[in-house]
Design a protein around this ligand. Structure first.
Ligand SMILES: [Zn+2]
Length: 304
């Protein structure tokens, strides 16, 4: 990860993961509570994140999930039980349910639900660029595999290299906001969040001519207040399901194995095209694209 000015060491990105807010799938809606596990819990956790009730996507329904469910229920006029049942599911899923009703962010197309015969899709995302050293190499690989991805750009980099932003967008990739100087949203008070995020969206818009639809919070740090401020700027929060850990440079094989071993259809994968030497990322990306293509995955953009 790119370091914010003055930061001494890169904090480990949280394992929190947020699926695209609009993800939907005709899955079962079991009653869930503390102690529940599995795919339905993952889904609830992703939906909570999409509604700006941050919670790690672990597949285990613990006290953190229960607390966020209670907050969601209270905000939506549902009896506060901490369990997800027949009243809470529709509010979590519904496009106009709960806080989303007030969100000006345009709805993104829902990824195709995985199912028998359905195309398998993965959403590759690249943070902290664009950089002249690495972004063109990422773009070249994506083009070779006819893959689309999403770039969450740092505003300062986008302003310095608008041609890379333009090139990515013109190639069909999504371009999202990652703040101007890679700041924690939760520490940006007094209009600083609006300035960091607004200037970045403006730089992207100048390069692409298209509206900016989403924001990835640096360090995955967000709370209800900063999430609401981002939504007020018309931005949807997008985090990830699979963290490649590439920014630590653990080795090409480790990066590729982490992704290939964990990724499931519909997942958002975190990678980086900035913030340091990304040669391992580029090498791992080639392996990931080759392997997932052979397994029938397609690669789609977010935020367009
Ligand atoms: Zn970052």
């Amino acid at each position: 990860m790119l370091l914010a000015p003055g930061a001494s060491a890169p904090p480990a990105p949280r394992a929190a993961a947020v699926a695209p807010a609009a993800r939907s799938a005709p899955a079962a809606r079991p009653v869930l509570g503390v102690g529940s596990r599995g795919a339905a819990v993952r889904r609830v956790q992703s939906l909570l994140n999409g509604r700006a009730y941050p919670v790690p996507v672990t597949g285990y329904y613990g006290t953190v999930t229960a607390r966020q469910v209670r907050r969601f229920q209270a905000a939506n006029g549902i009896r506060v039980t901490g369990k997800v049942g027949p009243l809470t599911w529709p509010k979590l899923l519904g496009p106009l349910g709960g806080q989303a009703a007030a969100a000006p962010a345009p709805a993104s197309p829902a990824p195709a639900p995985p199912g028998p015969g359905a195309a398998r899709v993965v959403y590759l995302t690249f943070d902290d660029g664009p950089t002249p050293a690495w972004t063109p190499r990422v773009l070249e690989l994506l083009a070779r595999y006819r893959a689309q991805a999403t770039f969450f750009v740092v505003g300062g980099n986008a302003a310095a290299h608008p041609e890379l932003v333009r090139q990515a967008y013109a190639a069909g990739h999504g371009v999202g906001n990652h703040t101007w100087t890679h700041r924690r949203l939760t520490r940006l008070g007094g209009g600083a969040l609006e300035a960091e995020v607004g200037a970045t969206s403006a730089a992207i818009h100048r390069a692409t001519g298209a509206p900016v639809r989403c924001l990835r919070p640096p360090y995955a740090t967000v709370d209800a207040a900063s999430a609401a401020r981002a939504r007020a700027l018309g931005l949807r929060l997008v985090m990830w399901d699979v963290d490649s850990g590439d920014w630590r440079r653990p080795g090409t094989g480790v990066i590729a194995d982490r992704i290939l071993g964990r990724v499931r259809s519909g997942d958002v994968v975190l990678l980086h095209d900035g913030g340091g030497d990304r040669s391992q990322t580029v090498a791992a990306l080639q392996q990931v694209l080759a392997s997932l293509s052979a397994r029938g995955f397609r690669f789609s953009p977010l935020c367009r």
